[in-house]
Design a binder for this molecule. Structure first.
Ligand code: FES
Length: 168
């Protein structure tokens, strides 16, 4: 075996080793570039503690840039198939954008009233007056104990969504 052959083998192994390290480093770099940033992951979910809500006074929280209405119903408010039941309480969860042209309705006298064209939604999120063509939309959510997690499709969401789809 000549010195030339040994040198060629050595160069071949060295090149292969450098290529393998370079390839692995690029894969790690590509994965980091493709994975969503932690801030983006955290931004996809909004948690709402339901036990702290006062009956009859809707809370508005922001989820992915949209207002979300969460109303704990009073005993006087109508019961609806759309109610989210947690323990012995009933809640309405809805995207707070009018289904006519997207204005944000305001809560007045147990009704969400849209100032843009006079549309109204009752405490179950159902359109009761004016031009809105359908109830307030349902955001995806799941329930963990007494916490609402907006952005996750849990079984409670799927049930209410199926009900609303059947109404269309
Ligand atoms: S946008 Fe609400 S009634 Fe038109």
């Amino acid at each position: 075996m000549s010195n030339n052959t040994n040198r060629r083998d050595f160069l071949g192994f060295t090149f292969a080793a450098v290529a393998a390290v370079g390839g692995a480093a690029s894969l790690v770099g590509m994965k980091q570039a493709w994975d969503p940033l932690p801030s983006v992951l955290a931004g996809g979910f909004t948690n709402v503690e339901l036990s702290g809500l006062k009956a009859g006074e809707p809370s508005t929280v922001m989820w992915r840039g949209k207002p979300i209405f969460v109303l704990k119903k009073t005993a006087d408010m109508e019961k609806s198939e759309r109610d989210l039941i947690v323990g012995s309480d009933r809640f309405i969860v809805a995207i707070g954008l009018c289904t006519h042209l997207g204005c944000i309705p305001a809560w007045k006298k147990d009704t969400w009233k849209c100032a843009c064209h006079g549309g109204e939604f009752n405490s179950s999120g159902k359109q009761t007056f004016g031009p809105p063509p359908r109830p307030l939309d349902l955001p995806p959510f799941s329930v963990k104990g007494t916490e609402l997690v907006l952005g996750e499709e849990g079984p409670e969401y799927k049930k209410l969504d199926a009900y609303l789809q059947a109404q269309v």
